[in-house]
Design a protein around this ligand. Structure first.
Ligand code: 4AD
Ligand code: MG
Length: 439
């Protein structure tokens, strides 16, 4: 057949130069172009076939008439969803086409037909998770992945512009940082190692070399909870700052969350709208966010000292609030050993969880860290942790210790909030939960 046969004789690099991305088709109205991609939908009648192709940048309807060359008509009528096709034809405006333009096909070739695609309409959530390796091609997931990539790029730019250095913490660690009950143990050449629950302790080491650092890395938690906000593997953005107190820490978090909300609303309104998020909601996010003490939260919730504030309580607190709030100063017994005691009320620590509205709850957790050696030894003791497990971490308080703070923002929780996703599982391509290790 003419043009396509010639094209496909060339090597892939040469072919790539001649292909037009579907997102660029508008610019070529009235001209002949080559497109390629995977079959997204197909339907045909006796005279006309529509093959909708997606290439990652967009989808386009390719119209093929039955009087097209025989091979082209066969290609258009004998494909499966997800078959790989090349098409050559003219870009034409057509209001009935999904994106306003269609390709009037002159030639079409199927380069890979494959088998009937197992995913159809109205599949159960469980089934879609079973075939996640195929479902990651869906427009929904691809749009989430795009959004998350832009979100994290914006977060990195925000921190880079403020003089932060991105650093790499280890993922194999020798002790638990966020409590032994959620730590994953792995074999490590005859000894035990643990998958990292947080980059924090290692970032605390690095701030003495360079005062502002952040890590964006996986965190692993053996969370037995089956909730729409827990994963066993998630990606945390964790800045750590020397010479920052908790006030400065919260200020930075507020600015980051506000910036990201506005940036996504301004630059990616199209994606937000695909998820029925009105960009105006995000433009309305405005710091400084309210700071609510644990004591005040107890009053509002009708609870007593020592009661935990979990998702249900967070939801009550956020019911009437459109802006995120900081929940501050929880009792030291309920918080991590590394959190500094509040000098004004040593029953509580200088911590804060940033709670997002709309039933999402905690999206950021942060605190000022204990920088005094004796206080840290004491805190380890109180929490029945072995000093010997934290030998190197204690060292940091022996040499050049400074006040410092930091926080961890769960990227999937942030993404879930902004995109109004029903579950956190859809904010990551291959979710890992208690019952899900495959695919
Ligand atoms: O509150 P967390 O446990 O705090 C830390 O790990 C600190 N070391 C962070 C720091 O100060 N550098 O976790 C931080 C954030 C939470 O606010 C939440 O957004 C997310 O990480 N997160 C989870 N996301 C998904 N699934 C889970 N199981 C999560 N646990 C925490
Ligand atoms: Mg937390």
């Amino acid at each position: 057949m003419g043009k396509l046969d010639d094209l496909l004789k060339e090597d892939l690099a040469a072919v790539a130069k001649r292909i037009t991305n579907i997102s660029e088709l508008k610019k070529h109205e009235g001209r002949d172009v080559f497109v390629r991609g995977w079959v997204y939908r197909q339907r045909s009648s006796t005279n006309l076939a529509f093959v909708i192709i997606r290439d990652g940048t967009g989808i386009v309807q390719c119209a093929v008439k039955s009087d097209a060359p025989k091979e082209t008509w066969k290609a258009a009528t004998d494909v499966f969803i997800e078959s790989v096709v090349y098409a050559y034809g003219m870009v034409a405006k057509d209001e009935r086409a999904p994106d306003g333009y269609e390709l009037r096909v002159k030639e079409m070739v199927v380069t890979f037909k494959g088998e009937a695609f197992p995913i159809g309409k109205d599949q159960s959530t469980e089934f879609l998770l079973d075939v996640r390796h195929l479902w990651v091609r869906s427009q929904t997931i691809v749009n989430v992945l795009k959004f998350k990539a832009y979100l994290m790029k914006a977060a990195r730019e925000f921190l880079d512009e403020r003089g932060f250095l991105e650093v790499q913490p280890p993922m194999f660690t020798s002790s638990a940082a966020e409590g032994g009950s959620t730590v994953f143990e792995v074999k490590y050449f005859g000894r035990k190692a643990y998958l990292s629950q947080t980059a924090q302790l290692y970032s605390e080491a690095m701030i003495s070399g360079y005062p502002l650092v952040y890590a964006f890395a996986p965190s692993f938690r053996a969370e037995p909870s089956r909730t729409p906000r827990h994963l066993t593997e998630f990606w945390q953005l964790e800045p750590e700052m020397a010479f920052y107190d908790q006030k400065m820490n919260m200020q930075l978090q507020g600015e980051l969350v506000e910036h990201l909300s506005h940036e996504m609303a301004r630059k990616h309104a199209d994606l937000l709208e695909k998820f029925k998020r009105d960009p105006k909601d995000l433009l309305a996010i405005k710091g400084p966010f309210e700071k609510m003490s644990y004591v005040k939260a107890l009053k509002e919730l009708n609870l007593k000292w020592g009661d935990g504030i979990g998702l249900d309580e967070e939801k009550v607190l956020m019911k009437e609030r459109a802006q995120p709030i900081f929940l501050c100063g929880q009792p030291k017994e309920m918080r991590a050993f590394y959190m500094k005691l509040d000098p004004e009320d040593p029953r509580v620590v200088l911590d804060a969880d940033l709670l997002a509205p709309e039933g999402i709850g905690e999206i950021v957790g942060g605190s000022e860290r204990v920088s005094d050696y004796k206080e840290l030894v004491q805190r380890l003791k109180e929490q029945k942790l072995k000093e010997s497990d934290y030998k190197w971490y204690l060292d940091l308080r022996k040499y050049g210790s400074v006040p410092h703070s930091g926080f961890g923002m769960g990227s999937e929780r942030l993404c879930r909030w902004m995109l109004k996703l029903e579950t956190i599982r859809d904010a990551i391509p291959f979710p890992r939960t208690m019952n899900r290790l495959e695919p």
